[in-house]
Write a protein that binds this ligand. Structure first.
Ligand code: MN3
Length: 196
């Protein structure tokens, strides 16, 4: 099996003004493509060929294979990142099953604030997350290409806080990017799909 770059599920300009076509062109066509290409090289001889991408993420992390952690981790993260966004997303109307999990850890406003804070305080490149652990919702952050799968949890929402995700549109204002992203782009239906 070789990894392939998935098409964006919308046009490059679909997420404007919160994420520009230029950002999506570079981010999807160049950055994600590079993770796919590097991952396809690094998987050869790793002993993990043919395994699911989720299993590769976990095994590469357990085996301290930094190249695969970052490249296949980033491939996994970006496959979902494109789908965690949509035109006209955001808002605080959550699918019912998710609303209950959010209420269990303090409610929407607290989860929003904790998620944004996780992204703001992730030093350097990485991601912030909503993840499920033992059936409970958890806000997490991870460095570089890591994701919650590598830390015993199941990611249901993740925001890319590498500079390549926001520097064209927000320059160094990572908090502004995270607020705009959470309030206007999150595809809650896909978050619910990830819970299944
Ligand atoms: Mn990225």
């Amino acid at each position: 099996m070789t990894f392939k770059l998935p098409d964006l599920p919308y046009a490059y300009g679909a997420l404007q003004p919160y994420m520009s076509a230029e950002t999506l062109q570079f981010h999807h066509d160049k950055h994600h493509q590079a993770y796919v290409d590097n991952g396809n090289k690094l998987i050869v001889g790793s002993g993990l060929e043919g395994k699911s991408i989720e299993d590769i993420c976990k095994a590469a992390f357990a085996g301290k294979n930094a190249g695969l952690v970052n490249n296949i981790g980033q491939h996994y993260n970006h496959i979902h990142f494109w789908r965690w966004m949509k035109s006209g997303g955001g808002g605080n109307k959550l699918p019912g099953t998710l609303q209950k999990l959010v209420d269990d850890i303090g409610g929407f406003d607290k989860v929003r604030a904790d998620f944004i804070n996780a992204g703001v305080t992730q030093f350097g490149s990485g991601w912030c997350w909503l993840a499920l652990r033992d059936g409970k919702l958890e806000v997490m952050k991870t460095p570089n290409g890591e994701n919650p799968l590598m830390h015993g949890a199941k990611p249901i929402l993740g925001c890319d806080v590498w500079e390549h995700s926001y520097y064209i549109d927000y320059r160094n204002a990572r908090p502004k990017y995270l607020e705009a992203w959470f309030d206007n782009l999150v595809n809650w239906e896909y978050v619910e799909e990830m819970m299944g």
